[in-house]
Design a protein around this ligand. Structure first.
Ligand code: 4NP
Length: 172
């Protein structure tokens, strides 16, 4: 127990459309960086898609390949679909794009549910109002997955830097 952990761990969910490309990449990268920072007991991460087409499946092979090339382990992931119940189990729900944001907001049942939702890149120090999404790489080539990994790594570093403050503010 540390002074950043007065109650339960901070529970973060990252959410995209299919939960086989962007949000699993963010989940794996964020978990690795939190572990490297010694914060894996204080912050828990999981991920989901707003759609359920890929439930139970591993990561897209292109996403897994780029993670492996960069030293991350993509093997544990299995796709899940977010439901309204996730609001009770999570403190912060970070969406990859604006469409994911709207779909998650439609699942919120209370103002306190809605207050848990933010864009993942709202933590990216170089995001702007016109450039605040993690674009869907599903229809493109491997360079799209490299681009997505760069956005995710930069944003994950900023989330890890904010983590002690987030734990204090969002857990009790
Ligand atoms: P993701 O990418 O939302 O980053 O996991 C997609 C994966 C699958 C589909 C769309 C986007 N799909 O239409 O099946």
């Amino acid at each position: 127990m540390t002074d950043t952990e007065p109650g339960h761990p901070l529970r973060i969910a990252v959410v995209c459309l299919g939960n086989i490309c962007r949000s699993p990449m963010a989940d794996v990268v964020l978990e690795q960086k939190l572990d490297d920072a010694g914060l894996s007991d204080e912050v828990r991460v999981d991920s989901a898609g707003t759609g359920g087409w890929h439930r139970g499946e591993p990561m897209d092979p292109r996403a897994a390949a780029v993670l492996t090339e960069h030293g991350y382990d993509p093997t544990r992931h299995r796709a899940q679909q977010i439901t309204s119940e996730w609001f009770a189990d999570h403190d912060l729900i970070l969406t990859m794009d604006a469409s994911n944001y709207d779909d998650v907001a439609a699942l919120a049942r209370t103002p306190s549910d809605r207050a848990k939702i933010a864009m993942f890149r709202s933590y990216d120090p170089v995001a702007t109002p016109g450039d605040d999404e993690v674009p869907d790489p599903w229809y493109g080539g491997p360079e799209g997955f490299e681009h997505v990994l760069g956005l995710i790594e930069r944003t994950a570093d900023a989330i890890v830097a904010h983590a002690p403050q987030l734990v204090r503010e969002l857990t009790q």
